[in-house]
Design a protein around this ligand. Structure first.
Ligand SMILES: *Cc1c(COP(=O)(O)O)cnc(C)c1O
Length: 365
């Protein structure tokens, strides 16, 4: 028998989440964001669940080729645009839309030989200060693109830094509105948090929304709102089994560094899952976990291949009992990835993306 760790990608949940996001931004088209190999899910594994979206947005040309190979003929968008001039050849060949965020990318387009003019997404820096033209330089960039025979359609995009927090989108949204006023072209500004919080506002949702994390069933603004609040379902389950059960006496410690010490008799289960599987090493004692669908907690440090869990709430647990690290237990109980991430001082995004290559993954309806 192989080591019992296993991940499952839930196709029906992906489909549900895309529909949920579509309903949150009525009338807008929906990009399924599949960068980082579909947030760790695997593009090929997630494709069936995501193909109800209107397009696929990603970073790598390799990812774009994979989406085309799956048979997708609709829009594909490179969110960071091209990285060198010859990337434009593949954009022409595969009909990829691409972001344009700097003058060099316009220079490259100007010397690109193509029969098929490109659809570009001109990116504005509205305050995040990563990619994009400042408001002062946006119109000049737009004019340059408009004059190029290599370009036939220019959409406008920006990205919010605080859509999930108390600062909100107001200042960046106002900067974008002001700078793009009167310019023709479709608009795309909303990530997951903005789609869920502001998608009801026709002006903000624009023509295309770009939800990533919410499509994968995590809440973009946890802990203020959890995934259930937003009507999202987990799309990835990481599960394993108990491989040993120990009876601890008061004073017995658990794991490297002996950071957990029992203060009473305790049954402790050993789970075949560790940081080499993508489980966060920084998850402290008390991180939530399900055993046979019952919520309990981790004990001591996470090691490379094992973690230890408290079996007090699950007296019937034995070696072989099901352990859910995040996602959905066989009986339907859910452990939100956001809760595990929060305990470990990170976000659901990082846990999904860090699922280790040694973990076998299957796709379920
Ligand atoms: C990753 C990304 C998104 C999706 O962000 P989420 O917070 O996962 O919804 C949207 N737009 C751009 C440009 C991105 O890079």
């Amino acid at each position: 028998m192989p080591r019992p760790i296993h991940a499952t990608i839930h196709t029906a949940a992906l489909r549900h989440n895309i529909e949920r996001l579509r309903a949150a931004a009525p009338g807008a088209r929906v990009w399924a964001i599949v960068k980082a190999n579909a947030y760790g899910h695997g593009i090929e594994r997630a494709y069936e669940g995501l193909r109800g979206a209107d397009g696929f947005a990603l970073l790598d040309l390799d990812e774009a080729e994979r989406v085309r190979r799956l048979g997708w003929r609709g829009p594909v968008l490179l969110l960071e645009g091209v990285f060198e001039p010859r990337d434009l050849e593949l954009c022409s060949r595969l009909n990829l839309w691409h972001a344009v965020h700097c003058d060099e990318q316009i220079d490259w387009l100007a010397t690109h030989k193509t029969h098929q003019p490109h659809h570009v997404f001109l990116k504005m820096n509205s305050g995040m200060n990563r990619l994009g033209f400042t408001p002062a330089r946006l119109r000049a960039a737009h004019a340059r693109l408009q004059a190029l025979p290599q370009v036939d359609e220019i959409s406008l995009m920006t990205h919010f830094a605080d859509a999930d927090g108390p600062k909100g989108i107001a200042a960046q949204w106002a900067a974008f509105e002001r700078a793009t006023e009167g310019l023709p072209g479709e608009r795309s500004v909303c990530n997951s948090a903005a789609t869920l919080r502001h998608g009801h506002d026709a002006a903000v949702r624009g023509d295309w929304v770009r939800p990533g994390i919410a499509a994968y069933g995590a809440s973009p603004d946890f802990p203020e709102h959890d995934a259930a609040h937003w009507g999202l379902r987990p799309t990835m389950t990481l599960a394993s089994r108990l491989i040993a059960v120990n009876a601890l006496q008061p004073g017995d410690s658990v794991g490297y560094g002996s950071t957990f010490v029992a203060d009473r008799p305790l049954r402790a289960g050993v789970v075949a899952c560790g940081y080499a599987d993508g489980y966060p090493r920084h998850a402290p004692t008390g991180t939530p976990v399900l055993v046979d669908g019952v919520r309990t907690r981790t004990l001591g440090r996470v090691s490379m291949d094992m973690i230890v869990v408290d079996l007090a709430p699950v007296p019937q647990a034995r070696p072989g009992s099901e352990v859910t690290l995040w996602g959905m237990a066989a009986g339907g109980a859910v452990l939100p990835i956001d809760e595990v991430a929060q305990a470990a001082g990170t976000v659901g995004y990082e846990l999904m993306c860090a699922l280790a290559p040694r973990v076998p993954v299957s796709v379920a309806e």
